[in-house]
Design a protein around this ligand. Structure first.
Ligand code: GLU
Ligand code: MG
Length: 445
């Protein structure tokens, strides 16, 4: 007999709350409690184990890792960082609440990725009186539907009711979804969420992935966020939009006099470019991530600051004055070398750390490159300071290890675990073809 679902999805109703952290391979892991006991757990959290942070994408533990079988920590739920995964026939809804990781006495755990972002946000404010507002655009492939023409109404309709449910769930969660679009790749879609302070934006990026995956599963599909479903496929990017604001809440990405990037914004971008290699090790960290970062893929083909250029590492986005005159508020920069194998808290933390370094060293304004990268010869590339991105995981990790400033961005154990996880994955996939490696990530991420 089929039990008819209640509006909550199941006669069992919505009784469980899953308290989770997003880990170094961008998987949200945790444990559930009864929802009516959440108030209590907001004070004392639930138990967690340090070595949980050393898990690879494929279910193994990184070798080596600094934690082993020792230690006890806690997941302390953050009431504001939550959403409800909708109930469907036979499946109750589940509340998902993100957590800070703390010691049993409540002190932040040094390796907590969310804490790393909180610290970066605080440093930027303390030292420069600046704040970052961010927005994530996330692309993913819906596996299990018959793909239709890129950007077409048919591709929109073939994904229904998933698309409507996704936008509605995000809206009901207060995430301010902006656009839901059929993208260029076969079965590829993109969801964009409105700008918010850095922590809120990262929380929402993590929760948005969980909602999309959950709804897809409810419809017998899989939402694949992995950077590539096949080496020759159109990449699934995560584009991070950033704007800089002062303490008084004024937008300072552009200079109000000239409408050009302001001095702080230029220094921030210069910091990102100066640490591009190390950043890529955090923002595109998997074994297959670098395949996406190649010319002609509209992802990011080199480290440069580009104007309206989809191959730039950082793109100065055009501001529409059509229907809205808030030019200064809407001005933003887009970091493009990111994918969903990266943890959104650490992505923003690393970008802010790089930005802080640019501000601290008062780095000169980077050239704003106009036009197509292909048309720029080697001499001009040098003059404009355009440099290659790391060609593979090994090169990205070497860039991170050789960058003394970047090595200090996060706790030593966090850095060591991050490097070891990806090296372990690389060893595990070593005998595979690029196709098999992409599939391996796409089956999980
Ligand atoms: N799919 C591209 C990527 O891998 C992005 C295309 C776009 O500009 O939206 O980043
Ligand atoms: Mg896109």
């Amino acid at each position: 007999m089929t039990v008819r679902a209640s509006p909550e999805g199941s006669p069992v109703a919505a009784s469980l709350t899953f308290i989770g952290t997003c880990d170094l391979v961008a998987i949200t892991r945790g444990r559930a409690i009864r929802s009516d006991e959440l108030a209590d757990h907001l004070r004392r959290g639930v138990g967690w184990v340090p070595a949980d942070l050393a898990q690879t994408t494929f279910g193994s533990l990184a070798v080596p890792n600094p934690f082993g079988s020792l230690g006890d920590i806690r997941l302390l739920p953050v009431e504001s960082a939550e959403c409800r995964l909708p109930g469907v026939d036979g499946r109750p809804s589940t509340q998902l609440v993100l957590a800070d990781i703390v010691h049993p006495d409540g002190r932040p755990w040094e390796c907590c990725p969310r804490h790393a972002l909180a610290e970066a946000v605080r440093d930027l404010d303390d030292r420069f009186g600046l704040r970052v507002v961010a927005a994530f655009e996330q692309e993913f492939t819906l596996r299990g539907l018959t793909p239709d023409a890129p950007f077409s109404i048919e591709a929109h309709r073939v994904a229904e009711p998933f698309g409507s449910e996704l936008v509605e769930t995000l809206h009901a969660s207060g995430f301010e979804p902006e656009t839901w679009l059929p993208e260029y790749g076969a079965g590829q879609y993109e969801i964009t969420i409105g700008p918010a302070d850095a922590m809120t934006a990262a929380d929402r990026a993590i929760l948005t992935r969980a909602i999309a995956r959950d709804l897809a599963a409810s419809h017998g599909m899989r939402a694949v966020f992995a950077p590539l479903v096949r080496p020759d496929a159109v990449g699934n990017g995560v584009h991070v939009h950033l704007s800089v604001w002062d303490r008084a809440g004024r937008p300072v990405t552009l200079d109000p006099e000239t409408s050009e990037p302001s001095t702080p914004a230029q220094r921030f971008v210069a910091g990102i470019l100066a640490h591009a290699g190390a950043l890529v090790a955090w923002t595109a960290p998997s074994v297959v991530s670098s395949i996406r970062l190649a010319p002609g893929r509209w992802s990011s083909a080199a480290a440069f600051f580009g104007h309206m250029n989809r191959e730039a590492l950082v793109r100065l986005c055009p501001v529409t004055t059509l229907g809205d005159a808030r030019t200064l508020e809407m001005a933003n920069l887009e970091y493009r070398a990111c994918d969903a194998t990266a943890n959104p808290w650490l992505v923003l933390a690393a970008l802010i750390r790089a930005g802080i370094d640019g501000l601290q060293r008062e780095l000169p304004a980077p050239a704003l490159v106009e036009g197509d990268l292909d048309a720029i010869g080697p001499a001009d590339r040098d003059r404009l300071g355009i440099v290659d991105l790391p060609r593979d995981l090994e090169a990205a990790q070497a860039a991170l290890e050789e960058d003394a400033a970047a090595r200090s961005w996060f706790a030593a154990q966090l850095l060591a675990t991050h490097l070891s996880i990806r090296r372990t994955e690389s060893r595990e996939l070593t005998a595979m073809t690029p196709e098999e490696r992409c599939r391996r990530y796409a089956d999980v991420i």
